[in-house]
Design a protein around this ligand. Structure first.
Ligand code: SAM
Length: 400
């Protein structure tokens, strides 16, 4: 009570926990209504009605790690392993630009070789160079009419990224825990955003799901390194991990703020055959009605989004693919409860079935064209539109 309608609110862990408990129990529809209403008001204040697209390119499923929940972990059987060629990745980026998607996220399993690093450096440089050139060519054509505008050269734009005036396609990376120097080299190559979920802010739960040499403290070091180098930092968690508590989730909301994340992506944990976490989950919850359970996890995830929006204000929050896996209109619902980013999958269709992180991952047989069109329609269904043509930096990054 007494709050300005779109004010951010500083909630401590116990207060966040109180809200999550109420959502978990359901039945307090007045609380849910004001939670989501407030989140929508804060979203409108910082993001307007525009939704940012991030084109997701899952360029390789080769992974040296063995995260116990993941369908492309190193020890997962019967997975055809692929890596897209550099040309294929750059082509997707150019297609994205032509289709009004100015931000692409290159995601893969983890591989810490020099060869992989150089592959990524070449791709990031090529995407920046070629999409900036495409953009400049378009501007030159547009300016031809009145002859008044001399287009700046692509070289000048690339050499001075601060003044690049949102030219070309911005490159985000989601390729895991790399050595500090690798992060630096990829930043120099032109990547500006990095997504690395902490997965859970509870170190013990993290340890239960990630066999050594993976460790929670190293993952936190990576988050901080990325921030220090100057990346926009994206992080997030899964909701409903086996053994996770509401108190853990409340801690996650506080963690994002403490680490000054610029982007948050959360999704429900979804089972996948052949993974250790799924066996643990099935043993822990033998009698659970899975459909009802997943719906509850969906509700909790949207409540988490709303709480992050209310506590952090001007960050980017994505309506993740895993939300759509549970409810077909899941992402649209998330956009009405605090999220402002969606990630159309642009991975070439022939690779999609090999990037099966969890059961029921949507859009496996679709093309990028279909995904883009489908999303436009979905946004319209909740009165939103893509903020096409802009990079969509979160205000938290532009005005720290
Ligand atoms: N390897 C990189 C990393 O660890 O950051 C990026 C790729 S990883 C496959 C991307 C995300 O997929 C993870 O951060 C994790 O949260 C999510 N994921 C993996 N398995 C999942 C599952 N069974 N259910 C829901 N999300 C899952």
């Amino acid at each position: 009570g007494g709050l300005a309608p779109a004010a951010t609110v500083d909630l401590d862990r116990d207060q966040v926990l109180g809200v999550l408990e109420a959502v978990w129990r359901r039945g307090d529809s007045a609380l849910e209504k004001s939670l989501y209403g407030h989140a929508a008001a804060v979203t409108a204040k910082y993001c307007g009605g525009g939704v940012y697209y991030r084109g997701l390119v899952e360029f390789s499923n080769i992974c040296q790690n063995d995260c116990s929940y993941c369908g492309i972990r190193n020890n997962q059987k019967d997975v055809y392993r692929y890596t897209m060629t550099e040309e294929e990745v750059v082509e997707v980026a150019k297609w994205a630009l032509e289709n009004g998607i100015r931000n692409i996220m290159l995601q893969s399993g983890e591989l810490h070789t020099e060869q992989r690093l150089e592959y990524l450096e070449r791709i990031v440089r090529a995407i920046r160079k070629e999409t900036v050139e495409l953009d400049l060519a378009r501007r030159a054509v547009a300016a031809c009419g009145d002859g008044s505008l001399a287009a700046p050269s692509a070289d000048a734009a690339i050499k001075n990224p601060e003044a690049e005036d949102e030219l070309g396609v911005a490159v985000s990376l989601s390729v895991g825990e790399l050595p500090y120097e690798h992060y630096e080299r990829l930043f120099k190559a032109g990547a500006r955003r990095y997504l690395i979920r902490i997965e859970t802010s509870n170190p013990d739960l993290y340890a239960a799901l990630h066999p050594p040499p993976l460790s929670w403290s190293h993952r936190v070091d990576c988050l901080r390194a990325l921030k220090k180098i100057g990346y926009m930092l994206g992080t997030g968690v899964m909701v409903g991990l086996p053994g996770q508590t509401l108190r853990d989730l409340a801690g996650d909301v506080v963690f994002f703020k403490q680490e000054r994340a610029d982007m948050i992506g959360m999704g429900p944990f979804i089972t996948q055959d052949g993974t250790p976490a799924t066996r643990v989950w099935t043993d822990l919850y033998p009698a659970v009605d899975k459909n009802a359970h997943m719906k509850s996890m969906f509700e909790l995830t949207t409540a988490m989004n709303a709480l992050v929006r209310i506590t952090m204000g001007n960050v980017n929050i994505s309506a993740t693919t895993a939300m759509q896996a549970i409810i077909p209109t899941g992402r649209e619902i998330a956009l009405e409860r605090g999220a402002n980013v969606v990630m159309p999958i642009l991975t070439p269709t022939k690779y999609r079935e090999s990037y099966q992180l969890y059961e029921g991952k949507p859009c496996i047989t679709d093309t990028a064209v279909q995904c883009r069109r489908c999303l436009d329609m979905r946004l319209a269904s909740v009165g939103k539109a893509s903020a096409a043509g802009v990079w969509g930096d979160p205000a938290s990054y532009l005005h720290p």
